[in-house]
Design a protein around this ligand. Structure first.
Ligand SMILES: [Zn+2]
Length: 222
């Protein structure tokens, strides 16, 4: 199964991806992770990504797609020999229609295709409240929320003991900017997948367990 998770900042997309991925044996494919790992390996693609990021530019679609293609080839190979791998869950990719078309082509070249695109929909004012309460571990990147998902000890990461901070991205000006970016960039993608008949919209304004159950149900795996 190949599934894309889409949702604005604060929709709970990342949390749901972490829950659903292992349940359905789907490997998470997030371009940020792929970039970091390509850079760490100092692969040919990784070196290109590193120089682009260090110069302060965005990684172009062509290079992003190449890196995703390499990862999907690995996943396809693992799928044949590993019972714990049954596909991929895309989180934060594709971001543009050009990337979406490239993904269709990559999957077609592997004789497979997207099964579903899950959109987690949350009203705008709820998104803002969620984001403003978000705290992130500066050591390991784990994400908490002061009300809905607090750490056991205030200000301290449960997983690694690191210090929890409010990222610049989660401050009001950044929140408004990121939500506007989502509207401009991602809405057209939703239309693209709606036209293909594979877009499933989930009500994200419910407790986390209910959203997870609704997604599993929609994917026919509940
Ligand atoms: Zn941590």
């Amino acid at each position: 199964m190949y599934v894309i998770f889409m949702g604005a900042q604060g929709s709970g997309k990342g949390t749901q991806a972490e829950r659903i991925g292992p349940k359905l044996k789907l490997v998470k494919v997030a371009t940020g992770d792929l970039f970091r790992s390509a850079i760490a390996q100092q692969s040919e693609l990784g070196l290109k990504v590193q120089s682009i990021i260090e110069s302060g530019n965005l990684v172009p679609d062509e290079l992003t797609n190449a890196i995703v293609q390499v990862r999907l080839a690995q996943i396809a190979a693992n799928r044949l020999k590993d019972d714990d791998v049954d596909g991929a869950l895309f989180d934060g990719f594709p971001r543009t229609e050009a990337q979406a078309r490239a993904l269709d082509d990559i999957l077609a070249s592997q004789d497979t295709k997207l099964d579903a695109v899950i959109e987690i929909d949350v009203p705008r004012e709820k998104l803002i409240a969620r984001l403003a309460g978000r705290r992130t571990c500066e050591a390991c990147g784990a994400v908490y929320h002061v009300e809905s998902d607090p750490p056991k000890v205030e200000g301290i990461c449960d997983k690694c003991g690191g210090k929890l901070i409010q990222r610049e991205d989660d401050k009001p000006d950044s929140i408004a900017r990121r939500l506007a970016l989502y509207d401009n960039q991602t809405r057209p993608l939703l239309d693209y997948y709606r036209a293909k008949g594979i877009l499933i919209t989930i009500n994200g304004d419910q407790d986390i367990d209910t959203v997870t159950a609704d997604i599993l149900n929609a994917l026919g795996q509940a």
